[in-house]
Design a protein around this ligand. Structure first.
Ligand SMILES: [Zn+2]
Ligand SMILES: [Zn+2]
Length: 343
């Protein structure tokens, strides 16, 4: 089969590789669309250590089952599917509690690090275990379905805390995950959602897709503007989809008494922590890691037209031209954000 292989850092080659064979409990999916994750783009230069060559990247994808291994009972060739990016063991304590995102033996498809190498979906075919598959509703396109993985990360983050119906929420950083979070919050009945970013383009996008207000966090008045939008009280829940000290502090300072702050982005490894503010405002802080099976709920939202996925795709390009397009996204050329590669 053809695949886009990261042969050396910053160097992809589109070439023939051996077609993977599904083992017991596994299926082979003919990939119809693979969306490029920020972690793929960051990983291609070696800085993260999680895309060690040679590796076929790609963990956000959709396709049609082409063949099944032994003991596969729930799916058959021809089924339209997407899949969880995480391979988990189904046996450890966290897996048994349904928190598969915290599995002791978690491996991510399309990642190679010191511990494992798991080839992904930037290829004609990818092999995955049956238990990570999700069937697509007829009305959901393959392109939309390839975006369900990042959407599930946003869904998991949004539902880490409860926002009262009719309440207010803020999302800081409206890239792919943050923009999904805005849309999911609205679909769940949150009455006012404030988007915060440093990019006018992204703020416009957020406002076109459900945000009630867009605040430029470079503005020294940003904090005051957010408080003004919430009668001076602050939001019920703030979501930090960026994860640097300034965005974290902005979330803390614009969340109401007894409110919640959910931490999804994690660019900074460490930061200072305003302990007294958190204690005296009785804030609840939640970490949110990946997702834990929220795919069906995301697919339902897309099928019901409650989340606009198409607006978030900058373009679809042939996988054979992957080297060129990966570099364009890496260099932030042409306003490209979220792209899909089509085998
Ligand atoms: Zn991803
Ligand atoms: Zn496990």
């Amino acid at each position: 089969m053809k695949a886009l292989v990261l042969e050396a850092y910053n160097h992809f080659v589109y070439r023939d590789v051996e077609t993977p064979v599904p083992g017991p409990g596994e299926v082979r999916v003919k990939v119809m669309a693979c969306s490029v994750c920020g972690s793929d783009v960051k990983g291609m230069d070696g800085s993260t250590g999680r895309r060690q060559p040679p590796i076929i990247m790609g963990h956000e994808a959709s396709g049609v089952i082409e063949s099944v291994g032994q003991n596969v009972t729930g799916f058959q060739p021809g089924d339209r599917v997407t899949f969880d990016s995480t391979i988990y063991c189904n046996e450890c304590e966290m897996c048994r509690k349904g928190m598969v995102n915290l599995c002791d033996h978690r491996e991510v498809i399309g990642v190679s690090c010191d511990d494992y190498r798991h080839h992904g979906a930037m290829a004609e075919f990818v092999v995955v275990p049956e238990y990570v598959l999700y069937r697509l509703p007829d009305s959901v396109t393959f392109q939309q379905a390839s975006m369900v993985e990042p959407m599930s990360v946003a869904y998991h983050g949004v539902t880490r805390c409860e926002v009262p119906v009719g309440g207010t929420a803020m999302v800081v950083g409206v890239g792919t995950i943050g923009l999904f979070a805005v849309q999911i919050l609205k679909s769940l009945g949150v009455s006012k959602v404030i988007a915060v970013d440093i990019s006018d383009r992204r703020l416009d996008m957020a406002k076109k897709n459900g945000a009630d207000a867009g605040i430029d966090s470079r503005d020294p008045q940003a904090e005051a503007q957010i408080l003004a939008l919430t009668d001076g009280k602050g939001v019920d829940a703030a979501y930090d989809a960026t994860g640097i000290e300034s965005t974290f502090l902005l979330c803390l300072h614009t969340t109401r008494l007894n409110g919640s702050v959910v931490l999804i982005g994690n660019i900074a490894r460490n930061m200072s922590f305003p302990l007294q503010h958190v204690v005296t405002h009785q804030l609840s802080l939640f970490g949110s890691c990946a997702s834990a099976g929220e795919y069906d709920r995301c697919l339902e939202l897309i099928a019901a037209g409650k989340v606009n996925v198409d607006a978030m795709i900058s373009g679809s390009f042939p996988l054979s031209e992957g080297d060129k397009w990966m570099h364009k996204v890496y260099n932030r050329e042409d306003g490209l954000d979220k792209i899909l590669l089509i085998p």
